[in-house]
Design a binder for this molecule. Structure first.
Ligand code: GLY
Length: 380
């Protein structure tokens, strides 16, 4: 095995120590964004619920520290009851149960975790709209909200739950749905230059595309950085499970775009095409979470591309991003701050969680660092 660089070991120790402290104060609750150094909590049904237990499963796999397993399991138990109420759950079932029950099953072989994850996969598969070949994103946000034709780029990261279910049951139904959704995403969401739309609105009866939207990005023609990162990692994972070249080409195209925009910066602005700040509005908020997700996508690409120089280059770029994140955003100098990475932006259009630690930024940073430490189990 290659020797692990000193900065990676140091980053891993920082993550492990802070997470041990967080286990004592956060316990089996569901953190989202850190304000004034403390993670704000969400209900177990919020899309971010899997990331904190996901951090703990990654660390448990590396350390076998019992408190990580116990806390992750306690989160999983609280979430399991949600599976009997489909109206509280949306397509983020994938994020939520991949990083809890699938992770648990892959690490411990728990039969209960397997059953829970298979139930979650069935509910995700049931959101597939056969007319438009898309997985429906959300449930109505308010009385009368007609959003059953909406698909979003983030869903690429929900598909691994379906690939896992097909492998586990030796039944390709789940995979067929995932591949149809990914094929639609490659066609409708990814622009020629490698940037992406956040949302596509379909007519849910006919499956026709009605409009393509910027969603959490600045505008319909702009380029939401985290959406680009979801596309990189999601397309790389779909290639890993299908070996269909359209998906590796999509992963490479979105990666090139992201890296060309990022250059040597540790993290991007939350949207690659924001206007300059005006006296009334600040637009240039950072998003470290996008960089952490993209870095994990690059590590995945490094594992799956066949030509060795490209694989080495993806690995080099991933390490370089994670190192820049660690030194620029890592909260090593602040014991009180619960978040691991500063400078994430949650939702600029709603002016929520701007320039703060975000649990999904933390999660992908932990995934990246544990991968560099030699962790071989992928939860996705
Ligand atoms: N999946 C929502 C987000 O990335 O903010």
């Amino acid at each position: 095995m290659n020797e692990v660089a000193e900065w990676i070991q140091e980053a891993f120790e920082f993550i492990t120590e802070k997470s041990k402290r967080n286990v004592k104060v956060i316990g089996s609750q569901f953190p989202h964004a850190s304000m004034d150094k403390k993670y704000q909590l969400e209900p177990a049904s919020w899309w971010t619920a899997g990331f904190w237990p996901g951090v703990l499963w990654n660390l448990y796999a590396q350390t076998q520290e019992d408190s990580f397993l116990k806390t992750a399991r306690a989160c999983e138990d609280k979430m399991a009851v949600l599976l009997s109420d489909v109206e509280t759950l949306d397509h983020d079932i994938g994020f939520m149960w991949t990083l809890t029950s699938v992770a648990d099953y892959k690490i411990t072989g728990s039969k209960t975790a397997r059953q829970t994850a298979l139930l979650a996969a069935n509910l995700l598969a049931a959101r597939y709209n056969i007319a438009g070949n898309f997985i429906r994103a959300w449930n109505p946000w308010y009385e009368g909200d007609k959003n059953c034709g909406i698909a979003i780029i983030d869903c690429m990261m929900n598909l691994p739950l379906l690939y896992w279910a097909s492998e586990e049951t030796r039944d390709p139904r789940f995979k067929h749905i995932a591949v149809q959704h990914a094929t639609m995403t490659e066609r409708e969401f990814i622009r020629q230059d490698g940037s992406v739309f956040h949302m596509v609105n379909f007519d849910p009866e006919t499956g026709d595309v009605i409009e393509k939207l910027g969603g959490q990005g600045f505008s319909n023609e702009s380029s939401w950085a985290r959406g680009g990162a979801w596309a990189i990692y999601g397309m790389a994972l779909t290639y890993k499970f299908t070996r269909n070249t359209i998906f590796i080409n999509a992963a490479k195209n979105t990666t090139k775009y992201f890296l060309d925009q990022l250059k040597d910066a540790p993290y991007p602005v939350w949207d690659f095409k924001v206007p300059d700040n005006t006296s009334n509005t600040r637009y240039d908020y950072p998003d470290s979470s996008a960089a952490a997700i993209a870095a994990c996508g690059l590590l995945c690409l490094a594992d799956i591309v066949e030509d060795v120089p490209s694989a080495q280059d993806y690995k080099f770029q991933a390490e370089s991003i994670l190192k820049r994140l660690y030194y620029t955003c890592g909260t090593r100098d602040d014991q009180e701050e619960q978040g691991l990475l500063r400078h994430g932006t949650g939702h600029f259009p709603e002016q929520k969680n701007l320039d703060v630690p975000l649990i999904y930024g933390d999660y992908f940073f932990v995934e990246g660092i544990t991968r560099l430490m030699g962790q071989s189990i992928s939860f996705w």
